[in-house]
Design a protein around this ligand. Structure first.
Ligand code: SAH
Length: 276
């Protein structure tokens, strides 16, 4: 039996509630102002990644960790690319497939149950590989980057955004912060964050060349206040879906994380890497 915090189990369990808490994008927003609507900010992060990854018409894109398919449909509609989305969450893949049909983009967008650390897809079969907030959930990040490097064609790009570690956390500090990590693990699933420098090392060991590393912690910070507000406005629905305990862990996480961002323990980063 898989434990509750295993990412596949976790996402199957929280997907319905997260639509109330996060919306259709299961990722952070990129804010110009803290009052920007959340949806505009999450779309802006997708656009930023697309621009950094130079996604264009008719390119084939692999979306590793596709959530409920909103970024993939958005990319296909906005940039005219073709996308295969993969996830280990069956619920996510089912909902993403339904979304693509409802939006009439199922000809350009498809979804499969597959693991980003061993995806089973053919070598050099994509122009771009995209990983938006999924890598922190993968324990073998070297395997993830190796798979990204394997399936992208020469001259193609891998573009990755995720929560990052901003500095080393000594064991004593981890133990001191154990309560925080319990809330975070319950709210977001089992995860391991790395620094942008470590992501670069993984990319380069996999034969990719990192061409951009960008810290966007400040621009993502307002996300937590938006999640917190959505939680308070949708308490009843969220409680019915993930219980009082689930609600409390999520609420606590929205209070813990801004301090981690401000103290530069955690943050948010973007990496673009190219295959020569
Ligand atoms: N990129 C999406 C979802 C981010 S949430 C969005 O921006 O909306 C993280 C996603 O990664 C979820 O869909 C989860 O099921 C998926 N995931 C977690 N571990 C994975 C793995 N090992 N392989 C593929 N997908 C994974």
């Amino acid at each position: 039996m898989r434990s509750l915090d295993d990412p596949a189990t976790h996402y199957d369990r929280v997907t319905a509630a997260w639509k109330y808490l996060l919306g259709d994008d299961f990722h952070y927003g990129y804010f110009h102002s803290a009052e920007d609507p959340l949806e505009a900010a999450t779309n802006r992060l997708t656009e930023l990644m697309a621009e950094c990854g130079t996604i264009g018409p008719d390119m084939s894109v692999l979306d590793v960790g596709c959530g409920i398919g909103n970024p993939a449909c958005f990319l296909a509609e906005r940039y005219g690319c073709r996308i295969t989305g993969i996830s280990t969450s069956r619920t996510g893949v089912e909902q993403a497939s339904r979304r693509a049909q409802e939006r009439g983009c199922e000809g350009r967008v498809s979804f499969l149950l597959a693991d980003g650390m061993k995806n089973g897809l053919p070598d050099a079969s994509f122009d771009r590989v995209w990983a938006l907030e999924s890598s922190h959930l993968m324990p073998q990040k070297d395997a993830l980057l190796a798979e990204c490097a394997r399936v992208v064609r020469p001259g193609g790009r891998v573009v990755l955004c995720d929560i990052i570690l901003q500095r080393d956390l000594p064991l004593a500090e981890v133990l001191r912060r154990a309560r925080d990590f319990t809330h975070l693990r319950y709210a977001f699933g089992r995860a391991k964050m790395e620094t942008l420098a470590t992501y670069r090392q993984y990319a380069e060991s996999a034969g990719l060349r990192a061409i951009e590393l960008r810290d966007i912690s400040d621009q993502t910070l307002p996300t937590f206040a938006h999640w917190r507000r959505r939680l308070e406005s949708n308490c009843e629905e969220v409680r019915a879906l993930i219980g009082e305990e689930g609600l409390e862990h999520f609420r606590a996480s929205c209070d813990i994380l801004p301090a981690y961002w401000q103290q530069r323990i955690l943050g948010y980063g973007l990496m673009v890497a190219e295959k020569d």
